[in-house]
Design a protein. Structure first.
Length: 280
């Protein structure tokens, strides 16, 4: 058996484990809780939480500030699945490992993926604590999550990325923000490998190539979700600034503090979004 066939079987094995453990109908909506959305867990009426360490074939999360468990429960009127803690490329996982949970989501029947992250803002209109609707991304990771043999049963060889982030869901977010007087910024997320934050020249460079915010996650997960034909919606919390002539200092602690401050807004938007996603 080749290693790659093995990988397909692992996805199925993990999906079967989850379906049997959780039982009942599987959620159609999944949320990846990055920095800034961790608190959303408190709004979920948790039916079951499975630590990553107990899930066959799952990598184990190592980064500070992330817990590492899969949560199943009700968020408002919707049954959802949430990843509390994600797998970053900078932690040393391969792209296939880092995006494995997204493959499993698809295998259990998830149709809509909501991603969140903390990001550094380059757009001069952004302030620390702003929430940015991700309208598109630029992939600057040094390895592609779809590199290698393509399995047609998972998705096509050359998937389009013209609507990586659902226009329909973005419009929904805009309406919610408008109705509730929320300052919702919009922009392009640049995904880089980290773990260093950017030099001033790198922030400037990312802005000049069309990015509005930069971070170390999300892009691989979104690529895999789109390969698997899931609909994607993403939010970033702007935790520091590094643009032309502006530089608001950044450290892991500062990122977490800014993310915590913006958390209620992020949580509100996501909750409203999810309650309005009916057609899945
Ligand atoms: N750069 C990269 N990743 C980040 C940043 C940043 O400035 N802020 C939060 N995550």
């Amino acid at each position: 058996m080749t290693q790659e066939t093995n990988w397909l079987e692992k996805i199925q094995e993990t999906a079967t484990f989850i379906k049997e453990k959780v039982g009942g109908e599987m959620p159609k909506v999944a949320i990846i809780l990055g920095s800034g959305l961790g608190g959303l867990v408190n709004d979920i009426d948790v039916k079951m939480a499975i630590p990553y360490g107990e899930i066959p074939n799952f990598p184990i999360s190592t980064v500070e500030g992330h817990k590492g468990q899969l949560i199943f429960g009700n968020l408002g009127n919707k049954y959802v699945m949430a990843m509390q803690g994600r797998f970053h490329f900078y932690e040393g996982y391969s792209m296939k490992e880092a995006t494995f949970p997204v493959r499993v989501m698809k295998a259990i029947g998830v149709k809509v993926l909501c991603v969140s992250n903390a990001a550094g803002g380059m757009n001069p209109n952004f302030r620390v604590g702003d929430v940015m609707l991700i309208t598109d991304h630029i992939n600057l990771f040094p390895e592609h999550p779809l590199r290698g043999k393509n399995f047609d049963e998972l998705g096509e060889r050359f998937p389009a990325m013209n609507e990586a982030y659902s226009h329909r869901l973005a419009d929904m977010a805009r309406s919610i923000a408008k109705e509730n007087n929320i300052r919702l910024m919009e922009g392009v997320y640049v995904g880089t490998q980290g773990p260093t934050f950017e030099t001033p020249s790198e922030y400037r460079y990312f802005y000049r190539i069309g990015g509005d915010a930069v971070g170390m996650s999300t892009v691989p997960e979104v690529i895999v979700a789109r390969h698997a034909d899931m609909e994607v919606f993403g939010l970033s919390v702007i935790t520091d600034l590094g643009g032309e002539g502006i530089f608001v200092d950044v450290s892991h602690e500062e990122v977490q503090q800014a993310a915590t401050k913006a958390a209620p807004v992020m949580a509100f938007l996501v909750k409203e979004m999810i309650s309005r996603i009916d057609e899945v």
